[in-house]
Write a new protein. Structure first.
Length: 288
């Protein structure tokens, strides 16, 4: 349901890319800046409404891997490694370590699906610019990337991807867990849907604030053209991308796509945490 916001966010993050202009990728044309609504409307008008869901299939693949790994990893780290006792407060630094580690590990395994998702989300824009389409579908995308860059090619851009996931999960997992248990220990709220909703609202906002700059860097590195050896033609590393972006477009360019990111994360976080807590209750497992 919220996937069109993700595609809009990706287009906004690539829009006005200074490195691409310097490299001549924009063919010397000045691209007028479009905000979230105009970008989404432009995609629907110029490419068709269905294109708002382009890349949804690899996004589903990603969440199956990413969410499964990060949730299991975080709970194992929290309960078995970092030693949280039931009914006691959990130090914030331990929650941060657990959240960032779980997010990084989950995203590393899911990185190939994220690479395909980002590149497929840009296919409609390439067609409008008169550039040849790179992929015929999801499976063709995986095979083409594998044939051109080998197994390493599937993990292109994994470093900023993992960095972004670590920050997002410091916002998502850490905030949800910390806020929920703070409310249970220090207020009259009980472990129910109200507490889960308040905690998820906080986690969605913090995740968007912390994760957007790294998401901009990740998107640009994953979308950049590459040579035959799989090396990026615009950026040497995530730090190089960060530096070029800030120098060429200003600090706030790191928050391109923040509004659709937050608008996507907020309802997603609410639905996920409420559903996850209810599934645990139905299965007879203790609350998260």
């Amino acid at each position: 349901v919220t996937f069109p916001l993700d595609l809009t966010k990706t287009r906004l993050q690539i829009q006005g890319e200074a490195a691409a202009r310097r490299d001549g990728a924009a063919a010397g044309q000045a691209v007028p800046y479009r905000g979230m609504l105009r970008t989404a409307a432009g995609i629907a008008q110029e490419e068709g409404v269905r294109k708002l869901w382009q890349g949804a299939t690899p996004a589903v693949y990603r969440h199956i891997v990413y969410t499964g790994v990060r949730m299991v990893t975080y709970e194992h780290l929290r309960d078995s490694v970092l030693g949280r006792a039931e009914g006691e407060s959990f130090p914030l630094w331990k929650a941060v370590v657990g959240g960032m580690s779980a997010g990084a590990i989950g995203q590393f395994f899911a990185s190939p699906t994220d690479l395909v998702k980002v590149q497929m989300q840009m296919e409609g824009k390439r067609k409008l610019e008169g550039k040849p389409l790179r992929f015929r579908g999801v499976h063709h995308a995986f095979l083409k990337i594998l044939s051109e860059g080998g197994v390493r090619g599937l993990w292109a851009g994994w470093v900023p991807n993992v960095q972004r996931a670590a920050l997002v999960n410091m916002g998502d997992l850490t905030t949800y867990d910390s806020v929920k248990h703070f409310l249970l220990l220090n207020t009259s709220l009980v472990d129910n849907s109200v507490t889960h909703s308040v905690s998820s609202a906080c986690s969605g906002l913090v995740a968007a604030v912390l994760g957007t700059p790294a998401d901009v860097v990740k998107t640009r590195i994953m979308n950049q053209p590459r040579d035959k050896q799989g090396r990026g033609l615009l950026y040497k590393s995530s730090m190089d991308c960060l530096t070029q972006t800030v120098q060429g477009e200003g600090f706030m360019s790191l928050y391109k796509g923040f509004i659709p990111t937050w608008m996507r994360m907020a309802p997603w976080s609410l639905v996920f945490w409420l559903t996850y807590e209810q599934i645990r209750r139905i299965c007879g497992v203790s609350s998260f």
